[in-house]
Design a protein around this ligand. Structure first.
Ligand SMILES: Nc1nc2c(c(=O)[nH]1)N[C@H]1C(S)=C(S)[C@@H](COP(=O)(O)O)O[C@H]1N2
Ligand SMILES: [Mo]
Length: 515
């Protein structure tokens, strides 16, 4: 009987926690998804984990690192909730103390998230209140786990015990079911309040300076080769946001602040009224391993950042432009890079559509030639002119370089593996050195002589380039390697560097077996 009642107490704890989280999700419909305790605490974890742990999460879970964090936190919470149930079974106030500790953590996380007000405490407080009440109902109140029958021989005592147990289990089951429903209802309501509709209603202006049409032969059209233009649904996503920020264009403002002669504030309508340019630019993540897929190429539509800066008139010494997102994330871009004539954009369109919400809707930065973490601020609402000496952007105190120019790299897309038949096999992939451009790509087999690959055409130096080489393959095990030379004549280094602090280097190698 003792184990059974311990199990019941653990179950009561889990039910109470589930109800607390479900109710909190519902309240967070009003106060914002990022004030829900799971998302808020997860956000603090994301912001505080050391760089190697973050890289580990990206390596293991890839672009699903966030779901992994939420699931892991859920499991941990369930275990702690079971312990709270057990403690509460001994003395209810022990349970209350455990719940209070949870409430404290949830509230502290929620109210300290960037941009959060005191209302961010509400989801946790209301959720924990309801959860504590349920715990009382299940452990002390009318649904209490019954004591074992006083006289096990008495049919009446046994029946009463069974009825009590049924009451308890039904109560706990209904509570968990209700918690799940409440949680989903919260998510559903939040989705209805999302910016999806606002996004669907947007008509993007035609660019004053359209992208040049893709040159003939930009697309080599090999089955396993990355397409020149990455479709939006397939574009990699990397950010620290556990709940995708929902920014209503009607409320959106861009403020250009800090060390400028003329601070500027722009509304969405004012931004759209400005002349737009459209360009193909390849975006790459500094966390991309050699041979990795955290890179994509899109056609961006937007306003030139250089034009806005010219109007704001940066003051002397303002060598850094800090892009700041609604969720508090920041990146630091050299002012000189933004003004050196390259097509650095405040982008509103991606491949002919408004930005997808997870790619920064309504407005993000795109800067050719720099890794995303120092340049590609999504959901951007502020450009602050400052200096590198005065401000460290988000990833800098976490061990990444303040400067993040993209390194010359190349990747073999095909063949990767599978059964290959001796004969002529197309070897193909992509190479990139954004804003410098790629002059040559070479391939070698088993450490032999480098062979020149054929390069596809590109619209500019700001995109990756597809390459291909015809391999006269003989049976056996072979290692294929690729290296690129950028347009300045610099050959991609063989030195292997990890992604931290400023981007991986080395040659991509692929081992294949030919039959
Ligand atoms: N607000 C915000 N913007 C951000 C980030 C972020 O965490 N938050 N991550 C940056 C990084 S590291 C990269 S590589 C690019 C990725 O952009 P994508 O998700 O559209 O591919 O966004 C950048 N912009
Ligand atoms: Mo990144």
């Amino acid at each position: 009987m003792r184990t059974r009642s311990s199990l019941s107490a653990a179950l009561a704890g889990v039910a109470a926690a589930a109800v607390a989280l479900g109710v909190a999700e519902l309240v967070a419909v009003a106060t914002g998804a990022r004030s829900a305790p799971l998302v808020a605490v997860g956000g603090v974890v994301v912001d505080t984990v050391p760089a190697p742990v973050k890289q580990f999460a990206i390596d293991v879970f890839g672009v699903h690192d966030k779901q992994a964090l939420l699931v892991g936190t859920g499991i941990l919470l369930a275990a702690l909730a079971a312990l709270i149930g057990l403690a509460a079974r001994r003395r209810f106030r022990y349970g209350l103390a455990g719940i209070a500790a949870f409430a404290l953590i949830g509230v502290a996380a929620a109210v300290t998230r960037p941009g959060a007000g005191p209302a961010a405490a509400l989801p946790t407080l209301v959720g924990v209140g309801v959860g504590a009440a349920l715990l009382w109902l299940l452990l002390v109140g009318p649904l209490e786990i019954p004591a074992p029958p006083a006289d096990p021989e008495s049919a009446h005592d046994v029946d009463e015990f069974r009825a009590g147990r049924r009451r308890f289990l039904t109560g706990a089951g209904v509570a968990i079911g209700a918690a799940v429903l409440t949680g989903y209802a919260g998510r559903w309501l939040a989705a209805r309040r999302s910016v999806t509709e606002a996004r669907a209603a947007i008509r993007l202006p035609a660019p004053a300076s359209p992208a040049p049409p893709l040159p003939a032969g930009a697309e080599l059209s090999l089955p396993e080769l990355s397409r020149f233009t990455t479709p939006n649904f397939a574009f990699y996503r990397i950010d620290t946001a556990l709940a995708v920020p929902q920014v209503d264009p009607a409320q959106w403002r861009l403020r250009i602040t800090g060390r400028v002669r003329n601070p500027i504030t722009l509304t969405w309508a004012e931004l759209l009224a400005r002349p737009m340019i459209e360009r193909d630019v390849t975006l790459a993540c500094v966390s991309n391993e050699v041979g990795g897929d955290l890179i994509g190429n899109a056609r961006w539509l937007g306003v030139r950042i250089a034009d806005l800066l010219a109007e704001a008139e940066p003051l002397d010494g303002a060598d850094q432009v800090v892009g700041r997102s609604v969720d508090g994330w920041t990146c630091g871009t050299p002012t000189a890079v933004l003004r050196d004539g390259r097509d650095a954009l405040l982008a509103v369109g991606m491949n002919g559509e408004p930005l997808p919400v997870e790619h920064g809707f309504p407005v993000r930065m795109v800067v050719p030639g720099l890794y995303g973490y120092v340049s590609a601020c999504k959901w951007v609402t502020e450009l602050e002119l400052t200096s590198f000496a005065d401000f460290d952007a988000y990833w800098v105190p976490r061990g990444w370089s303040a400067q993040g120019p993209i390194k010359t790299e190349s990747r073999i897309d095909t063949p990767r593996k599978g059964r290959l038949t001796a004969g002529t096999i197309p070897v193909a992939g992509v190479a990139w050195a954004q804003h410098r451009g790629i002059r040559a790509v070479e391939v070698r087999v088993d450490g032999g002589a480098w062979q020149r690959a054929t390069l596809a055409a590109v619209p500019s130096a700001d995109t990756w380039v597809q390459w291909r080489w015809q391999w006269p393959a003989t049976p056996g095990e072979h290692t294929l390697q690729v290296r690129a030379t950028d347009a300045t004549g610099e050959v991609q280094t063989a030195d292997e560097a990890p992604v931290a602090p400023n981007g991986a280097t080395g040659w991509h190698s692929v081992k294949v077996t030919v039959h």
